[in-house]
Design a binder for this molecule. Structure first.
Ligand code: NDP
Length: 286
């Protein structure tokens, strides 16, 4: 039977730590400030932005929420990002994705000053991560490393397999596992003999976007299994990329969905805001 990795409890501890850091900065006269831009009213984006706003409030981070209409011209959105780049009181800028089809996500993400890019999606920060330089690390991958470390699962020297190679999850989590001295394989939809590759892993990260695809045949007995997926089934219940019930008695440790990776993403976003504020306050931006 696997140890359940309790993302909710670990995220709560990180939020406490961030809150203490935010209060410490406030005592020194610096208010940590996050600007969030949500274009239009995509229902999922509304929920995500509300959750971020709530987390900021709980941690005494000042949030500035911008909700331009769906029809905002690309140039106006870029001008808003530019204005926020120039504001010394703003430590982090986040543009909620997806953007409407007439706006280039790439252009907008590239416009964010890398030293305020708390989502860690700017190519500068992706490059910094690959080169081992300081920068912002994307929140979900950073959360995965914290889940492992804070559950006493060592990464150094371990066989790690990441299934998925997206820029926001698969690639950065692989870079972070490598930074922690894991021996890392990245698998994807063109990988041959995926079950065989996956079952070499002592740490298996599933980020395929395919509900409950990972069954026990993919899992080495005793492996730590990190499930990044979020899906709603026909009963509106949350499911992961891992078939939890099937894998539970094979794995050594496993993250549940919900309550595993999910809560870590916002906790790490808050942590990135604090980091950004600390850097700007000490005048050591990237
Ligand atoms: P993407 O769809 O961008 O990437 C999926 C990756 O999985 C691709 O690299 C793809 O390969 C690979 N893949 C797809 N099908 C297979 C398959 N059958 N066998 C092997 N590899 C496969 O997804 P994301 O990385 O954005 O997200 C992954 C999951 O994590 C999703 O379920 C998403 O909802 C969830 N998520 C959760 C977050 C959280 O906070 N918990 C945050 C972000 C994402 P290829 O490149 O060859 O197409």
């Amino acid at each position: 039977m696997a140890q359940i990795i309790d993302g909710k409890a670990i995220a709560a501890r990180i939020r406490e730590e961030v809150k203490a850091g935010v209060e410490e900065l406030r005592r020194q006269g610096k208010t940590v400030t996050l600007a969030v831009i949500q274009v239009g009213e995509d229902p999922a984006s509304c929920v995500y932005v509300r959750n971020k706003e709530k987390a900021c409030r709980e941690l005494s981070i000042h949030s500035l929420i911008y909700r331009p209409s769906e029809s905002i011209p690309e140039g106006e959105l870029l001008a808003l990002v530019e204005e926020l780049n120039g504001r010394t009181d703003v430590d982090g800028i986040l543009v909620q994705l997806p953007l409407p089809a007439h706006i280039s996500e790439k252009k907008v993400l590239m416009a964010i000053d890398p030293s305020k890019d708390v989502d860690g999606f700017h190519p500068y920060n992706a490059g910094a991560l690959a080169c081992g330089e300081p920068g912002f690390v994307p929140c979900t991958p950073a959360g995965i490393i914290q889940l492992l470390k804070r559950s006493g699962i060592s990464i150094s020297g371990k066989e790690c397999v990441v299934i998925g190679r997206s820029n926001i999850v698969g690639k950065p989590v692989a870079q972070l596992l490598l930074r922690e001295n894991g021996t890392v394989t990245i698998a994807h939809s063109k990988t041959e003999n995926l079950k065989e590759v996956a079952s070499r892993a002592e740490i298996l990260v599933a980020a395929t976007g395919k509900a409950e695809m990972i069954t026990r045949e993919y899992v080495r007995p005793g492996a730590a299994v990190i499930d990044v997926g979020i899906h709603r089934d026909e009963h509106n219940r949350l499911r992961g990329d891992v078939n939890f019930a099937d894998v539970f008695d094979v794995a050594g440790a496993i993250t549940p969905v919900p309550g595993g990776v999910g809560p870590m993403t916002i906790a790490m976003l808050m942590q990135n805001c604090l980091e950004g504020a600390r850097r700007s306050f000490s005048e050591k931006p990237l």
